[in-house]
Design a protein around this ligand. Structure first.
Ligand code: TYM
Length: 335
């Protein structure tokens, strides 16, 4: 495609302001966002329109949206390098999603496992937004002609769908969308619940002990790791047979930078108790600077809003260009 020649590669990713940022979000996605900022042109969206697909208290949504912006900056997203914005500030997302709805089948959306899981929890009223959620996600990605989409493993199916929608659209209207690739980390793509290591760590989990929030205090982190469920064995080994220990090894690997074999070697003759203490300490060291920065940024709402407004301006320029191209191709009258 013509824009590809000599252009800087483009990254887009998104995160819902539907709760506090947790360790799964940080390790599965945000860490990669931070690392990619120098090399790529990055767009990071706080996807408030996705968040309302499940019942959401408006006053909470407002607080969580700005809190998430503060947290992302505290984690290392630099608004001078990357475009950080709120999805609803860029109306092109909803506009393109509508068009893409007309190029997506009911069957494709019915196969989405996240829809199946989330709709099972909303027996009385399953809103259509929850069903078409992945189409909005495809619009998020395709508007920016993204090359790479750094996400955790749970988003893989949505990304495959985005690619299929793009391919279908390009079949009818060649050279419209760039085809995005997922970027999923090798270790930590799926951080598990500390209370049930067969389930992913998730903001919708009611058991607070299963989640480490990035804003947790030192004591909270230590207590949660100490109580993390592990198997009855004693060897610190990175294996699917020991999902609890495997999860803690992944966390320790990210927090310390030590490789998996180095970690297994270091704790070869030590029990789980000793390992857990080390994990908790490493994690406190890893998260404390982020937490302190977050507390500092959170109080400056004016500055946060101004960063997000500039981000939305920059995002709209790109998004509008793609939307106009799509509108023209499908036969809408574009002045
Ligand atoms: P969300 O808000 O649930 O999660 C944000 C990011 O965190 C990753 N993640 C995890 N990674 C590892 N282990 C976990 N336990 C874990 N939990 C969450 C997610 O994979 C994600 O990368 N639909 C998306 C948001 C979205 C989006 C987009 C993403 C909307 N539009 C466009 C990419 C591109 C979601 O609900 O993520």
């Amino acid at each position: 495609m013509e824009q590809k020649i000599g252009r800087r590669k483009i990254i887009l990713s998104g995160i819902q302001p539907s709760g506090k940022l947790h360790l799964g979000n940080l390790i599965g996605a945000i860490r990669n966002w931070v690392r990619l900022q120098d090399e790529y042109q990055c767009y990071f969206a706080i996807v408030d329109m996705h968040a309302i697909t499940v019942p959401t208290e408006p006053s909470k949504l407002k607080v969580q949206t700005l809190d998430l912006a503060a947290m992302l900056i505290a984690c290392g997203i630099d608004p001078n390098k990357s475009v950080l914005f709120i999805q609803s500030h860029v109306p092109e997302h909803a506009q393109l999603a509508w068009v893409l709805n007309c190029y997506t089948s009911m069957g494709e959306l019915n196969r989405m496992t996240q829809f199946k899981d989330k709709s099972a929890k909303q027996k009385d009223f399953i809103n259509v937004g929850l069903f078409t959620y992945p189409v909005l996600q495809a619009a998020d990605i395709l508007l920016y002609q993204a090359d790479l989409v750094p996400v955790g493993e749970d988003q893989k199916q949505h990304l495959e769908l985005s690619r299929n929608i793009a391919e279908r659209f390009n079949y009818y209207f060649p050279d419209t969308f760039n085809l995005p690739e997922p970027m999923i980390p090798e270790v930590g793509a799926r951080i598990m619940s500390l209370q049930d290591p067969t389930k992913k760590m998730s903001k919708s989990d009611e058991n607070e002990k299963s989640i480490i929030y990035i804003s947790d205090s030192e004591n909270e982190i230590k207590n949660k790791i100490k109580r993390a469920v592990t198997d009855s064995g004693a060897n610190v080994k990175y294996t699917d047979k020991k999902p609890g220990i495997k999860n803690l090894i992944a966390i320790y690997h990210i927090a310390t930078g030590l490789s998996i074999p180095e970690i297994e070697q270091k704790f070869a003759n030590k029990g789980y108790g000793e390992f857990k203490v080390a994990v908790a300490e490493a994690l406190v060291e890893y998260l404390t600077p982020i937490r302190n920065k977050y507390l500092e940024l959170k109080s400056n709402q004016k500055e946060l809003k101004s960063i997000l407004a500039s981000g939305a301006d920059a995002a709209r320029k790109v998004a509008n260009k793609t939307l106009r191209k799509v509108y023209k191709k499908i036969g809408f009258i574009v002045e």
